[in-house]
Design a protein around this ligand. Structure first.
Ligand code: DSN
Length: 415
């Protein structure tokens, strides 16, 4: 057996990566924002393209030797435009955070008003949270969630847009289980004189598969990450109308980033190729079906689901009705001991601090990627219910962990 260069040179890091691979292979991943990229994507991201400095854009670089990376970036751009029917794509943002920051700095001045969904109500940290640069630089206003339905209160969004005249309205969420009405928000933005940024980091895969309405015709800017439902490498991207192309490109480089990560851009190009295949639509459909079954089963067992279910790849459990003593944080820790990884989350009308929270966010992209279907969702739902019903029962957690491991071995990762 040949020993890998990493194992030989740095056995500590090698071992930690092997341990993490074992964890990923033997546990059920329900974190809604995580997924497993294909071996082809990983090969591109682990390639020698990491060596190349390529500040600038294809054909307009500040370094020599960029012929091949120009081709890689052009491929990623063209595939992204085709995938989303977008006029312009910038594939350089290192993350969703960088993508959003570049949009802000392209069109906003410090202290301009932005109208957003708060993190506590399921929005994104980078949409104006007070501890994030977006919340420090701009005056932030929030539209509401209807506490009964869990849906965005589009009426409050409209009222605030006309009363406060924000320069930018952001729409998009990290813990929101319903279909988003991008068309309506676009109409409100145009009528009130605001620009519109749609952040589809979570639902990008559903959008390209035609299983969620696309914001591209309605929004001035669309940002996304490439590693969630899109199933690519960790990274970000901006799509926009052609009239904003120059401002966006300048805002990414040199505005807020230096050299692009060419190895990651190559991984994005591979991911976009995969997402253009017909089987990607089938895969996204299975993500939705798995989420629907998981939510229905959990509800049937007695767990409260915010909004009564899910219309996308994730759901929010409100633990308070069934397990009033159990915080979201404790519930996530107990499930982790049983081999099921989730994250705790605030829920509408939250009564605890975000650090403890009363909810759990569950999503199905990662389990679907490894081939699990409706039948497995039913087993997972019953394990969640049993574990949360006896949070102090270590023996039960160990038994379920063994069952989880047996299930995972039937659906091995491809690495
Ligand atoms: N932090 C990411 C998530 O988990 O959803 C994006 O907000």
């Amino acid at each position: 057996m040949t020993i890998s260069p990493l194992a030989q040179q740095d056995p500590v890091v090698f071992r930690l990566i092997q341990n993490e691979l074992h964890r990923q292979n033997n546990g059920i991943e329900l974190i809604a924002s995580e997924n497993f990229a294909s071996p082809a994507v990983l090969e591109a991201v682990g390639s020698i393209l990491t060596h190349k400095y390529a500040e600038g854009y294809p054909g307009k670089r500040y370094y020599g030797g960029c012929g091949y990376v120009d081709e890689v970036e052009n491929l990623a751009i063209e595939r992204a435009k085709q995938l989303f029917s977008a006029e312009h794509a910038n594939v350089q943002p290192h993350s969703g955070t960088q993508a959003n920051l570049a949009v802000y700095t392209a069109v906003l001045q410090p202290r301009d008003k932005i109208l957003t969904l708060s993190l506590e109500n399921g929005g994104h940290l980078t949409h104006g949270h007070s501890k994030n640069l977006s919340g420090m630089l701009y005056e932030v206003l929030h539209y509401d969630i209807d506490p009964h339905t869990g849906a965005i209160d589009y009426g409050s969004l409209e009222r605030m847009a006309f009363q406060a005249h924000p320069k930018l309205i952001t729409i998009g969420a990290s813990a929101y289980p319903k279909v988003i009405d991008f068309e309506r928000v676009g109409m409100i933005a145009r009528a009130s004189g605001a620009l519109m940024l749609a952040d589809i980091a979570h639902i990008a895969g559903l959008v390209v598969a035609g299983l969620h309405p696309s914001p591209v015709p309605h929004a001035d800017f669309v940002t996304t990450t490439t590693h969630k439902t899109l199933c690519g490498p960790r990274g970000g991207m901006i799509l926009c109308k052609e009239k904003w192309a120059k401002a966006i490109d300048g805002s990414v480089f040199p505005g807020s980033q230096g050299g692009p990560l060419m190895h990651v851009i190559a991984g994005k190009a591979v991911c976009f190729w995969e997402a253009l295949r017909p089987e990607f639509k089938t895969y996204q459909g299975q993500i939705l079906e798995n989420a629907r079954v998981l939510a229905t089963e959990l509800q049937g067992l007695g767990l409260a689901i915010v909004g009564g279910g899910t219309e996308n790849h994730l759901m929010l459990l409100d633990l308070r009705p069934s397990f009033p003593e159990l915080t979201g944080r404790q519930a996530a820790a107990v499930l982790e001991r049983a081999g099921i990884t989730t994250n705790h989350n605030t829920v509408p009308r939250e009564t605890r601090s975000p650090f403890h929270a009363s909810g759990l966010r569950l999503g199905t992209p990662a389990v679907t990627t490894r081939g699990m279907r409706e039948h497995e969702m039913k087993s997972i739902a019953s394990w969640i219910w049993e574990t949360l019903s006896s949070p102090g029962n270590v023996g039960l957690q160990e038994n379920i962990r063994a069952e989880v491991q047996r299930l995972c071995q039937r659906f091995p990762l491809r690495y």
